[in-house]
Design a protein around this ligand. Structure first.
Ligand code: ADP
Ligand code: MG
Ligand code: MG
Length: 887
């Protein structure tokens, strides 16, 4: 296999490796590609990524034979340009750039070295041949500065300081105002710095310079910076980086020369307008370095910004026209928006880089839809172009990018969207203030199930503690509330109703703004922009729906969430949790009376109070989901969670029930559990207190009959029994549900279709799925609990160690966010198979957090589930991800 591939200057390779990113890296492959379609690319050569791996494996030495390949690569450039490398006083010296280029662009890698090949004599030849002394010496001083910094590792600040001093001495402001003598003196000063700092001479021999720079690129693959970047971005260490050596073209040859960067479409809006920046008489990174203010590319952009410095379109119309022609060619060739780097040398345009451009979610959407209209790509490609997770940004109100913001601190971006409101410090206050029409942000150290009503009432949630899968984060995402969690600079003084954020003192009622997409917490109100759900978004969703096989349902339990989910395209409810209804302020007392009752009669008395409330809940839900299937899970959480905690809870309860406080406390004591998540919960409640499930089933069927009667539309309840481990449990509870249904139907004089099924959330249930399917019409994989029970990891406590596990690669991602496909996934696969073997038409779905995670959704498609269920705001994400998985 070849170790060096030439490009430009008429180079031709039959070998497909020349344009293979895995061999020649992203930059090299695209340079070869551009040269191949006839675009003006300075000639050069690429050393393969394989050489990088060999170099590092061989103890940081260039492989034997590589020097020879490099020489013939340079010969190719010499021939194409007519310049000579490393041969002093022989016409125009060949200068090259040395550029790193991994498979994907990597900020951790070595910076580019420009103008390599100059020494004291070559700089004179360059001055003579170009007829421009200043340009030659400016190139030389740039080269020493870059090489010393990038290759020799000398602090670049020292050179910048020397440059500043030179400018001060001459009383000028800009680099371009320094004359030849100043530049000559500066190069001497630079070399002295190199000597002082490294104890070595700056290398004069161009071949030494070249080998040094190539080795530095290879070294940079193993630098700490690159390693960190690789770890954060899941880039394997065995890819290696290629090195590109390319003839220099000069954007610093006076007023007819320039350098710039551009996108073929606007990367933030997706608008079909060239977008970019350029600088006259400049080189390399000057545009992004912020030394001079770059100018706009197009006249329209300049005018829109009210800038006075001429655009490239106006100042260099010919080069600009050529550039525009290249943009169109590139887009047609790559069929995607390109991010390019170019240089104009004395009026002639040269292309130095192209790649698919990064873009905002909004731009990705617009470009995908536009490009289908333009015939550049087809619908399927458009579907695959948009990252489903990025849609999240589009579904929530976002901060107006032009509005000023006063950032006080930053936490974790736990649930996207932006919200402003008055800070309130507990859930009851949130509810009370909301009821009088205020907008509030609930600020808590962390949240618990008792805060749900406050989270509902709030515009957004801010917590001082807790990770991305903390209670606050999970519940907020489910409700579509913006949330910033784990903002450790927030401390709360509940007694004095005060809070401190960073160095600021606030009191309850002060306004703040949170941005759940960035984690920023800001003082005061920052204006927001509403999402646009029609237009391009609607179009892409329509395409996605055409191409997906799986249905998408939602996890919802309030009419508001149901309506929201339907707007987002939900095709039913995959999980309606009934416990949230039990925590509501007006019910909790009845629920507690029920739990703390001494006997069945006592429980039935309390349940009788709850029945009409539950029936009303279900009526509202069935109404808002008319015609669609609704999976309703009977009571699931440990009784423990409903127990009164505070003295006043007990007092209220005693008053309402007429039972003595001491007696209540004793009952509560008896019900205390050491490990509630594995305790008295799920179907165990139904087995021990059948009257609870009986009441819930009655409420479901009464509501279903009522809505069917009133609307004439089919209501399809799917009653789901949680935490089943054995067939017997399900058999007992199914019989209870069936008996209750029969009773209600007899009373109402009508029947309707319903099914009974179970959640698969215990390993035993997955293993015994074949048997359990004899009783179940459907399985819904409750992958939150299934992950907890399979991994033996408590989700609520995982924050303390899971991060370390992920950092060490023990789990590739947080298994509560993205399904552990190898382990938990295996149980899902097995249960699906065994269940279907028993009952061919067993309906299969997933309702954990994973139902909204694209990687997990792809897995669900692969094992043939019938639907995924996600929180309302994740429904569009799931629709797109399901389509991508099916393609
Ligand atoms: P990065 O990967 O960080 O973008 P590049 O290798 O693209 O680094 O180099 C950065 C800049 O250096 C380019 O955008 C271009 O302006 C300049 N550059 C690189 N090679 C050349 C060259 N052969 N001639 C002129 N300028 C060059
Ligand atoms: Mg670049
Ligand atoms: Mg569960």
């Amino acid at each position: 296999n070849k170790t060096v591939y030439t490009f430009g200057g008429g180079a031709v390779h039959q070998d497909p490796r020349a344009k293979d990113k895995t061999v020649t890296g992203g930059k090299g492959a695209n340079l070869a590609e551009m040269a191949g379609i006839g675009l003006p690319v300075p000639p050069g050569f690429t050393i393969t990524t394989e050489e990088c791996l060999a170099y590092n494996a061989g103890g940081q030495t260039l492989q034997p034979g590589l020097a020879e390949e490099i020489r013939s690569g340079i010969a190719h450039i010499e021939q194409a340009t007519g310049c000579r490398f490393g041969v002093p006083r022989s016409g125009v010296p060949l200068l090259v750039s040395v550029r790193s280029g991994a498979r994907v662009s990597m900020p951790g890698m070595m910076d580019t070295v420009l103008n390599l090949g100059l020494d004291e004599r070559a700089v004179e030849s360059l001055a003579q041949s170009s007829g421009d002394d200043r340009f030659a010496w400016d190139s030389y001083r740039r080269f020493i500065q870059m090489y010393a910094d990038v290759v020799m590792g000398i602090d670049h600040g020292l050179f910048e300081e020397a440059l500043e001093i030179a400018k001060e001495d001459q009383g000028v402001l800009l680099d371009t105002e320094l004359g030849v003598t100043d530049l000559k003196a500066l190069t001497q000063r630079y070399k002295a710095i190199v000597r002082e700092e490294s104890g070595r001479e700056f290398p004069d021999d161009p071949w030494d310079q070249l080998h040094g720079a190539i080795a530095a690129v290879f070294d940079s693959w193993e630098s700490d910076r690159a390693k960190v970047y690789r770890r954060l971005n899941d880039i394997p260490g065995d890819w290696g980086t290629a090195v590109n050596v390319q003839a220099m073209v000069f954007g610093n040859m006076g007023e007819t020369s320039a350098t710039g960067v551009a996108f073929t479409r606007d990367p933030s809006t997706g608008e079909r307008a060239y977008y970019g920046e350029w600088l006259v008489n400049a080189q390399g990174e000057d545009v992004v370095a912020g030394i001079r203010t770059p100018q706009y590319l197009t006249k329209t952009a300049r005018e829109r910004a009210g800038a006075s410095a001429p655009s490239m379109e106006e100042a260099m119309p010919e080069a600009y026209a050529e550039l525009a022609r290249v943009f169109d060619l590139l887009e047609r060739h790559y069929r995607d928006m390109q991010d390019i780097e170019f240089t104009v040398q004395q009026g002639k345009l040269w292309m130095l880089q192209t790649r698919s451009g990064k873009r905002t979610a909004k731009a990705a959407l617009k470009m995908a839809v536009d490009m289908v209209d333009e015939g550049l790509i087809d619908e399927k490609t458009a579907i695959l172009r948009v990252d489903p997770m990025a849609l999240d940004q589009l579904l929530h109100p976002t901060l107006d990018p032009n509005a000023p913001r006063d950032v006080m601190t930053r936490g974790l971006p736990a649930s996207p969207g932006a919200a402003s409101g008055k800070a309130v410090l507990d859930a009851d206050t949130a509810e009370a203030w909301r009821a009088r029409g205020e907008k509030v942000i609930l600020v808590r150290v962390e949240t618990s199930p008792e805060d749900i009503h406050g989270m509902h009432a709030a515009q957004g949630v801010l917590t001082a503690r807790g990770g991305m899968t903390s209670h606050a984060a999970v519940v907020a995402r489910g409700m579509g509330r913006p949330c910033v969690s784990g903002a450790s600079a927030v401390s709360i003084d509940l007694a004095n109703r005060k809070l401190r954020i960073g160095s600021r003192e606030l009191v309850e009622g002060d306004t703040l703004t949170i941005d759940g997409a960035t984690g920023e917490v800001m003082a005061g109100e920052v204006s927001t922009i509403e999402p646009e759900l029609a237009g391009d978004f609607g179009t892409l969703m329509e395409w996605a729906d055409r191409h997906r096989r799986m249905k998408v349902r939602t996890n919802a339990e309030t009419p508001t969430d149901c309506r929201m989910a339907r707007q987002f395209g939900a095709e039913g409810i995959g999980l309606c949790r009934t416990e949230h209804m039990f925590f509501d302020a007006d019910r909790i007392s009845a629920v507690r009376q029920m739990i703390l009752a001494d006997d069945e009669a006592g429980r039935r008395r309390a349940l009788a109070k709850l029945l009409p409330e539950q029936r009303a809940d279900f009526t509202a839900i069935f109404r808002s989901m008319a015609g669609l299937p609704c999976t309703i899970r009977l009571l699931d959480p440990p009784l423990h969670e409903f127990l009164p905690q505070e003295e006043h809870d007990f007092a209220e309860l005693a008053e309402a029930s007429g039972i003595g406080i001491d007696h209540l406390k004793r009952r509560a004591e008896e019900l205390h559990e050491f490990n509630p998540m594995l305790g008295h919960r799920g179907c165990r409640l139904g087995i021990t207190f059948p009257e609870i499930y009986e009441m819930q089933a009655r409420a479901i069927f009464e509501a279903a009959c009522e809505v069917a009667e009133a609307s004439g539309e089919a209501v399809v309840p799917e009653v789901m029994i949680p935490l089943v481990a054995t067939k017997k449990e399900l058999a007992i509870l199914k019989a209870l549900v069936d008996a209750t249904a029969a009773e209600v139907f007899a009373e109402k004089g009508r029947t309707l279709d319903y099914t009974v099924g179970t959640m698969i959330e215990l390993p035993r249930a997955a293993l015994m799925a074949g048997e359990i399917a004899e009783e179940a019409k459907f399985f819904s994989f409750g992958t939150n609990d299934l992950t907890q029970t399979t991994l033996g990891v408590s989700r609520d406590d995982a924050g303390r160690f899971l991060e370390v596990y992920v950092a060490k690669g023990i789990y590739p991602r947080d298994p509560f966010v993205s399904l552990d496909i190898d382990g938990v996934g295996e149980l899902v696969r097995l249960a699906a198979e065994r269940g279907r073997a028993t009952r061919a038409d067993l309906k299969l779905g997933i309702c954990g957090e994973h139902g909204g995670d694209p990687a997990s959704i792809a897995f669900c498609e692969a094992v043939g589930l019938d639907y995924v269920s996600a929180s309302p705001y994740r429904v569009p994400i799931a629709r797109l991800a399901a389509a991508q998985a099916a393609l």
